[in-house]
Design a protein around this ligand. Structure first.
Ligand SMILES: [Zn+2]
Length: 170
């Protein structure tokens, strides 16, 4: 299993090795990443999959994994998800990770996360004072299909994208 912490840290609890501790201090990884990585390792073990990152908002944790790694992360009949829910006392979603460098990247990610609601499009909006945010367009008729409250999804998407994300109904 590939993770943002090293194999030794995956297999132990408590303190991190100096290299991983440095990553934590510098904000390259979060406490949640460490926790989820170790839990996943306990559940899945040494298999060919990659855990990339976890983000949380409200009572939802979104776990991002490598391409094609969603089924193995979820486990048979969702057994890993159930175990993670018990340990973290949060609801869990697993999606494929993607770097967000463009509206197209964000559209792919939002399509996964917002399913079964459809994503009509993603616009990039440049602010007058500099900087930008992303506007995720959802058809009004899909509002009820959103898997979570729009505010929660905006928080999660903003963390993943590393930029502000707003959901707009059209
Ligand atoms: Zn380490």
């Amino acid at each position: 299993m590939k993770a943002p912490i090293c194999e030794v840290c995956l297999k132990t609890d408590g303190i991190l090795c100096p290299a991983d501790e440095k990553k934590l201090q510098e904000g390259i990884i979060s406490e949640l990443d460490v926790k989820v990585a170790r839990l996943l390792y306990k559940l899945i073990g040494d298999v060919d999959m990659e855990f990339k990152k976890a983000v949380e908002a409200g009572d939802l944790v979104v776990i991002m994994v490598g391409e094609g790694d969603v089924p193995i992360t979820i486990g048979k009949a969702g057994k890993n998800i159930k175990a993670l829910m018990r340990e973290l006392e949060k609801r869990i979603r697993v999606i494929e990770a993607a770097d967000v460098n463009s509206p197209e990247d964000l559209k792919k990610l939002a399509t996964d996360l917002l399913y079964p609601a459809g994503v009509f499009g993603v616009n990039i909006v440049y602010k007058p004072g500099g900087g930008h945010y992303y506007k995720v367009l959802i058809l009004s008729r899909d509002r009820k299909k959103l898997p979570e409250k729009p505010q929660l999804l905006e928080e999660i998407l903003s963390q993943i994208a590393g930029a502000e994300v707003k959901i707009t109904f059209i």
